[in-house]
Design a protein around this ligand. Sequence first.
Ligand SMILES: [Zn+2]
Length: 354
Amino acid sequence: MIRDFEYRQEDERIFAEEFRDRIPEKIYDSHVHLWAKDNLNISKAEYGIYKVYKPWTDFDYMEEFLYEDYMACAKQAFPGKRLMPMGFGSPFPQIDRDRTNAYILDTAQKKNMPFYYIPGQFEDMFETEQKLHLLKRKGFLGLKPYPDIPVVEGREAGIYDMLNRSALEYANKYGLYVVLHIPRKERLRSPDNRRELIECITEYPDIGFIMAHVGRAFTYYDVNGSIDFLLPHENVLFDTALINSETVLTYLLQNTDASRVLFGSDAPLAFARGKDITVNNRHYYVSENMVPWGMGPGEAVSPHFTFYIYEEIRAMLYASKQVYGKAETDPLEKIFYKNAADILNKRGIPDILL
Ligand SMILES: [Zn+2]
């Protein structure tokens, strides 16, 4: 569980006043990281080394986040709604990839949870299939590669380092989905990323490519004009994980059909109290409690923050109002529920929330 999770009266009020009547009863959360403590391959004494880089490797803040933790947070923060995560492990070098995948496989089996498998840099996915029989497992959606996993010398990891040919061929052959965290500092402005993406999308047309975090667009500068080249390709979808910028989501909904947008929270971070702010076209984490990877209040300030996931939904509902006006029920139903249910359907998996 994350260290400082608590549900406050103020959260209850926000939920009732702003969200309850506008978001659907059933919600698939398409982007959730789950892992157990024993998936870590560093000792407690080393936690301090890694927590300065990013929230995801602050294991003092979140040592583990189990399926049960997610459900406990969701139940409190979304009273009366039914949420189901589409889960994957935590893709960082401080976590053992085999163990975090094994935890997900086991949880998926026990809880009927849809899931993605994190592939390795040189892993032959056809051999893995022989060993793990992923295709026969309940809830298997596809792959969740990540740029922090491949080890490359003297350059940034690219898409083929995260997704080797066997992974692409395997996913294409079986019509799987790939949740893609765009690599490289320049993200969708990187010519290498754009070239590799177009190659993958056209050479492997039976893969559903889900661009995580709207292609890692956390600010208007990141999204403006940069996702457009993907839009003619119907096998490209977008998840909104951790995006809490109204301008990014408005741009997305204005330019993309709602049938291609999936709500994702990026839990567990989604249940921290904070929000991204944009300053000079960059985004920064601001959190209620001071953390080494973000900005926080000075001692004289006592802020009243709510969860990232509430800020995400707030921004989504703002964008929805701008783009759909009063006709928002249908598109929001798609974004929070139906598009994910369609993915399950395409994979031959029963809709767990039905
Ligand atoms: Zn994520």
